[in-house]
Design a protein around this ligand. Structure first.
Ligand code: ZN
Length: 268
């Protein structure tokens, strides 16, 4: 039996990870995905890569067709998805350059199509533990072994964007005890789970969001700063992705598939 590809949603700096990539254009019952899927290999293991914002980064977070993206991944046989992304930190100890693997999310988005279950069949996803613990454990262990600054047990707040937080919003989230802020982590994670897929977010900290309480020297984030820090740390993200792909067990032993009724996958 051929190995199924590992799905990766990521940015432009990650194309060159793939060896011998073949571009596959797909349509889905939920409309067109952000871009083609690039089928290739990392270290001899099949990988399906899709640029989440489209090539050239032309689709803002609130316009991404997450349902189509996940369906396209399902059409090429993906059951496990890694979601690298840039995030802002809400805590001094989660410093820029470190990588957070969230265990929880808080959804502060609005208006995004965030379920496949639109009726007539009614299903309610069990979302108490939305991320795959097996993928998370593997990424944490491999990242630490590679000398990366890894953080676990954090909550990712997903905001609508495209604007960044106000200082009041950022302070409020920080006081809730939440860890990092991003714009794309939701609904990617729950749509993956609705398809019975495993999902882990690999969140690279690029900034301290709107600033740090009690640290007036920390400047609020800008888009240029996010791009600069992400580019400076892209090799860490690549290294981690390669390590996780290489270390994935052949079969899943987590409960991601069995924890809810999987939405039927569309045919390729
Ligand atoms: Zn899983």
């Amino acid at each position: 039996m051929a190995q199924e590809p590992v799905g990766i949603f990521g940015g432009s700096g990650l194309y060159e990870l793939l060896e011998g990539a073949e571009e596959v254009r797909l349509d889905t019952p939920f409309g067109p995905p952000s871009d083609a899927i690039f089928l290739g290999e990392i270290g001899g293991r099949p990988v399906a890569f899709m640029p989440r914002h489209g090539r050239g980064h032309t689709i803002p977070p609130h316009k991404i067709n997450f349902r189509a993206n996940l369906q396209a991944m399902s059409q090429v046989g993906v059951s496990r998805v890694l979601g690298p992304a840039a995030v802002g930190s809400l805590r001094a100890e989660l410093a820029p350059g470190s990588i957070v693997i969230p265990d929880q999310f808080v959804d502060r988005t609005w208006g995004r199509a965030d379920t496949f279950w639109d009726g007539p069949q009614v299903e309610h996803l069990a979302a108490a533990h939305p991320y795959c613990p097996e993928l998370g454990d593997l990424a944490e262990a491999r990242g630490r072994a590679a000398g990366l600054a890894m953080h676990r047990g954090q909550t990712l707040v997903v905001i609508q964007g495209p604007r960044f937080n106000t200082s009041a919003e950022s302070t409020s989230y920080s006081r809730q005890g939440w860890g990092v802020v991003g714009m794309t982590g939701y609904p990617e994670v729950v749509l993956a789970r609705e398809l019975g897929m495993c999902y882990a977010s690999l969140a690279l900290v690029t900034d301290y969001d709107a600033g740090l309480e009690g640290s007036p020297e920390v400047k609020p984030v800008s888009h240029q700063e996010v791009l600069r820090v992400f580019a400076a740390n892209i090799d860490r993200v690549k290294a981690l992705l390669s390590e996780v792909v290489a270390g994935l067990p052949e079969l899943r032993s987590c409960a991601c598939l069995s924890s809810s009724t999987p939405f039927p996958r569309s045919a390729s």
